[in-house]
Design a protein around this ligand. Structure first.
Ligand SMILES: Cc1cc2nc3c(=O)[nH]c(=O)nc-3n(C[C@H](O)[C@H](O)[C@H](O)COP(=O)(O)OP(=O)(O)OC[C@H]3O[C@@H](n4cnc5c(N)ncnc54)[C@H](O)[C@@H]3O)c2cc1C
Length: 485
């Protein structure tokens, strides 16, 4: 970004002209696609930006070479965009990483030709979530990855993470990842779910109230059974072993608080370990734009504060899907449609349809998903005992190579905020800007002080919020809008 200026970004004449639209949607997962499709259907000019080559987000990622498969029924409204059909009034820009938004809604997106400036009175943030990487001995070895990383590798390039794979973590995504890996030819030696059996059944029972979700859950378990994948509940991985790459893992039973009983651990020989201990909403752009955030104690993560129309506290800015609060793809689609419709309503362009009735129906759809919300809240709840796995020599901040010992020393020396830890030992100052390590450090501070991790605030983001390289940051002249497909 160029030097700070007192002038609003949209009016600056020292920068290339900012391309204008009625609405900019950031993120082409289920939430962003639904928002873009709904708004464009009302004749609103929409620019849809996403860092990936193809639309679909985490759940509908697919290889470039393959045509888009049919999406499930709940996502029918996004099928055309997902398939790549040209949609009137909608300009889809893949390969565009948004690295900043100014206070007057100028969006900076790094694409193949450098950074473009775009502006709109309305912005929908649909940036999705990422996995909490739990630091433990051996977690930085090649062959150890997040369960979502293994899924992305498989979906985008058809490669399986390894031949003998251990999947460990908590919640439904590890089961999904294990089933996909096993069906793609990997030998999944075990799935370890940190939730003890009684807790797992109690939380799974919550979705029995929703027949299609219950059906999905049962079919997932059947797929795992068909591939003879053992699922051990109340167990976790405590250490990965290997020199050049992971060659084995120590696993152990774990209590409800996530504390592992290493004295009764077992060794498993593997060449890949996939970890998934819960999701964290990607709220960096919302925070940079000045949207109010709320800490969700049940999940131990920050989310974006919204009204029922998905509007945030920042004028003209909406937030939908897992990037606002982790509730899954079904909810992301409905929230996206609500936001698209809300933008149309605020522009007086609902195309003569009964927007109020449609909005009421969408809210009823959200209410029907409450059992899923409750299930996810219990499945992804923070297990503080997992922090014990970050022994002193374990690296917590991978970008700056800062160990748990250093972080604990800083806390012992009186650091009481994330900022104090960051400035005293550089944790969180690297390329990812603390996206990965700060949730762990907040939990370490909480464990040391007895406070909630929310007490320590959300770390102040600064542009670029995503790494995009020097070329990506150079400013490109604006091009006329148009569908790039
Ligand atoms: C790692 C992972 C694996 C998952 N696996 C499954 C699964 O197997 N089954 C299942 O049912 N659910 C799965 N989920 C959950 C499901 O994918 C989500 O609930 C759903 O995709 C949420 O949709 P969304 O539109 O909110 O976000 P997403 O689908 O995550 O889409 C967000 C999009 O925004 C893009 N983006 C983010 N920031 C920027 C930026 N600054 N600039 C440009 N683009 C940006 C992202 O690259 C992404 O394409 C998974 C989630 C994650 C995080």
């Amino acid at each position: 970004m160029s030097e700070p200026s007192a002038q609003p970004d949209a009016e600056r004449t020292d920068l290339p002209h900012a391309e204008r639209a009625d609405l900019i949607v950031i993120g082409a997962g289920p939430g962003g696609l639904a928002a873009a499709a709904r708004a464009a259907a009302c004749g609103i000019s929409v620019v849809l930006l996403d860092e990936h080559r193809l639309p679909g987000g985490q759940i509908f990622r697919r290889p470039l070479a393959l045509p888009a498969p049919a999406v499930p029924d709940y996502a029918r409204s996004i099928q055309a965009l997902y398939r790549g059909d040209a949609v009137p009034d909608l300009s889809y820009r893949p390969d565009h990483t948004v690295w900043a938004i100014s206070g007057d809604n100028v969006v900076y997106a790094a694409g193949p030709e450098g950074t473009r400036r775009l502006t709109a009175p309305h912005i929908v943030l649909a940036t999705g979530a990422y996995e909490w990487p739990v630091p433990m001995p051996g977690w930085t070895l090649p062959g150890v990855m997040t369960a979502g990383g293994a899924q992305s590798l498989l979906k985008a390039s058809g490669r399986v993470a390894g031949q003998r794979v251990l999947v460990a973590g908590a919640g439904p995504l590890i089961l999904q990842a294990a089933a996909q890996l096993a069906e793609a030819g990997a030998q999944v030696v075990a799935v370890l779910d940190a939730a003890p059996a009684a807790e797992w059944w109690a939380s799974a029972a919550r979705i029995l109230a929703h027949p299609s979700l219950a059906g999905e859950g049962l079919s997932l378990l059947a797929r795992l059974r068909a591939k003879r994948v053992p699922v051990k509940r109340g167990w976790t991985v405590v250490q990965m072993l290997g020199t050049e790459a992971v060659a084995g893992a120590l696993v152990a039973p774990v209590g409800a608080d996530g504390r592992a009983r290493r004295d009764v651990g077992e060794f498993i020989q593997v060449d890949a370990v996939c970890l998934g201990f819960g999701l964290i909403p990607s709220v960096e752009l919302a925070a940079l734009r000045g949207c109010a955030l709320d800490f969700a104690p049940a999940l131990g993560v920050w989310g974006v504060r919204r009204d029922p129309g998905m509007a945030t506290s920042a004028a003209g800015v909406y937030a939908v899907g897992d990037g606002a609060a982790v509730h899954g793809a079904r909810r992301a689609v409905i929230e996206g449609r609500i936001a698209g419709l809300a933008v149309a309503q605020s522009l007086g362009r609902t195309g003569g349809r009964d927007a109020a009735r449609e909005m009421a129906a969408l809210h009823k759809g959200l209410a029907r998903l409450r059992p899923l919300d409750r299930y996810l809240a219990s499945a992804f709840r923070p297990r503080t005992g997992l922090l014990d796995l970050a022994e002193d020599g374990v690296v917590v901040c991978r970008c700056e190579d800062v160990t748990a010992r250093t972080v604990r020393n800083e806390i012992g020396n009186g650091a009481r905020t994330l900022h104090e830890v960051k400035t005293s030992c550089r944790a969180g100052m690297g390329n990812c800007q603390g996206r990965n390590c700060m949730p762990t450090i907040a939990r370490m501070l909480a464990a040391a002080t007895g406070e909630s991790p929310g007490t320590f605030g959300y770390p102040k983001p600064r542009p670029p919020v995503r790494p995009c390289g020097a070329t990506g940051l150079s400013l490109a002249p604006a091009s006329p809008s148009g569908n790039t497909r």
